[in-house]
Design a protein around this ligand. Structure first.
Ligand code: PEP
Length: 250
């Protein structure tokens, strides 16, 4: 059985004081979350302080992005080994804001995914369609292209470890959540794509998260779908009560 993963993407929010307070509040009540894995992804400059505040609690740390090269003249970038060095276990890659605001391509995301896996990080690779793509009936084709482009060249073992996050762009930070049926349809398609590209056993192991306006009030229904194995949460992950309430629904 796949263990749910409840991941908080803090984006470019918090400062050192509010970030460490949030981490301490989550760490202090992580035991109430139930049978789920918890992950917080603070801004990179606060990773080390947040790690300290998490202490020995069962809450993993993740980066929000990284660069695919190991080191060198890449001003402003952070490598997979650097993330590992400050205690990260996961890294979010190809988030819609990286794709649509910073212009990252599937090929960029693919290089990062392979580098993260090589370094021993678990990538959380995001895919998702724009509203106009959904309205034009192109959701399945867009997701297939992003899946094939972003996850090219992984071995079956690497695929099994990788987390995929389905985040419809129109649902991120908008308050418009995908219905459980809309989300489940894409999640089931993604699992079929994995089965076709690898094998059924690998497909059964991959955790596929839903992201896009997940809140305590809609989490149980989304997380109750067969192919939804957790959530990637933006806004609601900035409040310990909301984040933990979503985790308790998992
Ligand atoms: C996200 O940041 O990945 C996200 C899904 O944001 P929100 O939960 O605020 O829609």
């Amino acid at each position: 059985m796949r263990r749910p993963l409840i991941a908080g993407n803090w984006k470019m929010n918090t400062d050192r004081s509010s970030g460490t307070d949030l981490a301490s509040a989550i760490a202090g009540r992580a035991g109430d979350a139930g049978d789920v894995d918890l992950l917080v992804c603070p801004p990179s400059v606060y990773l080390a302080s947040v790690k300290e505040s998490l202490g020995s609690a069962e809450v993993a740390l993740g980066g929000q992005n990284m660069y695919h090269e190991a080191s060198g003249a890449f001003t402003g970038e952070t490598s997979a080994d650097m993330l590992k060095d400050v205690g990260c276990k996961y890294v979010i890659l190809g988030h819609s804001e990286r794709r649509h605001v910073m212009g990252e391509s599937d090929s960029d995301v693919n290089k990062k995914t392979l580098a993260a896996l090589d370094a021993g990080l678990i990538p959380v690779v995001c895919v998702g369609e724009l509203l106009e793509e959904r309205e034009a009936g192109n959701t399945a084709a867009v997701i297939k292209a992003q899946f094939e482009g972003s996850l090219a060249g992984l071995t079956a073992d690497q695929m099994a470890k990788t987390v995929v996050a389905y985040e419809p762009v129109w649902a991120i930070g908008t308050g418009k959540v995908a219905s459980p049926e809309q989300a489940e349809e894409v999640h089931a398609d993604l699992r079929s794509l994995i089965a076709d590209s690898y094998n059924a056993e690998t497909a059964e192991q991959v955790r596929i998260l839903y992201g896009g306006s997940v809140k305590p009030g809609n989490a149980a229904e989304l997380l109750g779908q067969d192919n939804i194995d957790g959530a990637l949460i933006g806004g609601a992950s900035l409040k310990a009560d909301d984040f933990l309430a979503i985790a308790a629904a998992g």
